[in-house]
Design a protein around this ligand. Sequence first.
Ligand code: NAD
Length: 313
Amino acid sequence: MLTIDLSGKRAFVAGVADDAGYGFAIAKALAQAGARVCVGTWPPALGIFQTLLRRGKMDDSLQLGDGGKLEFERILPLDAEYDVLDDAPPDVRDNKRYKDQGDFSIQGCSDRLRADFGESCLDIVVHSLANGAEVNREMLATTRRGYLGAVGVSAYSMVSLVARLGPLMRRGGAFLSLSYLASERVIPGYGGGMSSAKAALESDTRVLAWEAGRKWGHRVNCISAGPLASRAASAIGREGPSEAGEKGKSFIEQMVDYTRDNAPLRESLAAREVGAAGAFLCSPLASGISGCVIHVDKGYHAMGKAVATPVGS
Ligand code: NAD
């Protein structure tokens, strides 16, 4: 039987703060396949995440298919805006959500993993985070600061992760990031430079695959996922397109409905489907795949014309 076997492997998933997003779904699939999983969590979301875990509010989601329970080996504070702690300005370092966290930079995560588990301690790194302060603004209204901020947190952070965690990974390691179709097609409402950040992330996937492949033998891939009403996506606002009677729905609700109605496969994408694809791409079964952006979106990316026949009709 051909199975995804990640036993003996350790993964670090950056961008998990609840059980609703793609990072959690990938972490769960990796654990289901036998990997030990550490996560990196944005300091402003860390307290509530730890409280939810402690109070058992996520116990159902943490349940694994074999009767086991997903236990995170480490939950590290991570603000992917900063490569080293000195990059963080004093108001961030003094902020109550940051000041007792130690080194929350990308280098800080790398140092903690090395201190706790030694050299050559990692096999899989997943980048499942994005942030754009001006995501609700159209591109023509986006400031330089907002645009560069979105690209820095959402795309450069992947470059930094590969550079700083690559040396900690055993040969044949796998990196994975998450993109969205707005990198290649116009998605009105996904603004503030976020579409540019995703385009950069996808382009960087190819260059990083080349460099990390030659340097360490690691693979680098990206999943372009369909829309999901995660916490991050639900913050995108209610100012999206509203011509087709879509008023009152948030951007992400509109995109979930629209994609389901127009995709070849006529049901909404589930996070676990992205989790399964992620586990495959990070497994030895995908040892021949690197530098790829793979659509996991029920086939929606292949469409060139909206059919607009609602599901059920
Ligand atoms: P999510 O809320 O589960 O994940 C986003 C995470 O990013 C959160 O945990 C948040 O705390 C973290 N984050 C924000 N700023 C950060 C920072 N500076 N440092 C570290 N972490 C930070 O939501 P999601 O939608 O599952 O997003 C995960 C990835 O999937 C993102 O790259 C997103 O763009 C991508 N994606 C999402 C969709 C969608 O429709 N939800 C579609 C395609 C791709």
